[in-house]
Design a protein around this ligand. Structure first.
Ligand SMILES: [Cu+2]
Length: 129
């Protein structure tokens, strides 16, 4: 049993180093800052989905912030049923990209939608009230 002790200590010390190396890496920290006045914040996350299935916003001019935490391109629009609402079209080509825009919405139920073919999974509810 006496021999086991230094071995365990070594393994433990090694994992600490591995952990701190991982935690100290700033490359995983997003390069963007979400604006404080954003009325709708949407993030694309792995793999090919939005970070939520349901969003909410306050009716009127809504400042939309879109960020890409995924590794492929996404283009977001707001739909009401099958119809695109307004002229908001935010494109984020790669991981770390972000885009901003404003859309005026009346109270109702909308979709946060990605128009890239094959991304039909990216269709979340947006409730505006
Ligand atoms: Cu997409």
């Amino acid at each position: 049993m006496r021999l086991l002790r230094p071995l365990v200590a070594t393994v433990f010390a090694t994992s600490i180093v591995a952990l701190s190396a991982c935690g100290g890496s700033s490359s995983s920290t997003p390069a963007y800052t979400v604006p404080a006045d954003a009325g709708l914040v949407v993030k694309a996350v792995p793999t090919i989905r939005w970070d939520s299935t349901e969003y909410t916003a306050t009716a009127g001019d809504i400042k939309v912030f879109l960020a890409n935490d995924d590794s492929v391109k996404h283009i977001m629009v707001i739909r009401e049923g099958d119809t695109v609402v307004g002229d908001l079209k935010l494109s984020i080509a790669k991981k770390g990209d972000f885009a901003e825009g404003t859309i005026n919405l009346k109270p109702g139920s909308y979709l946060v939608y990605c128009i890239i073919p094959g991304h039909s999974n990216m269709k979340s509810t947006l409730t505006v009230s």
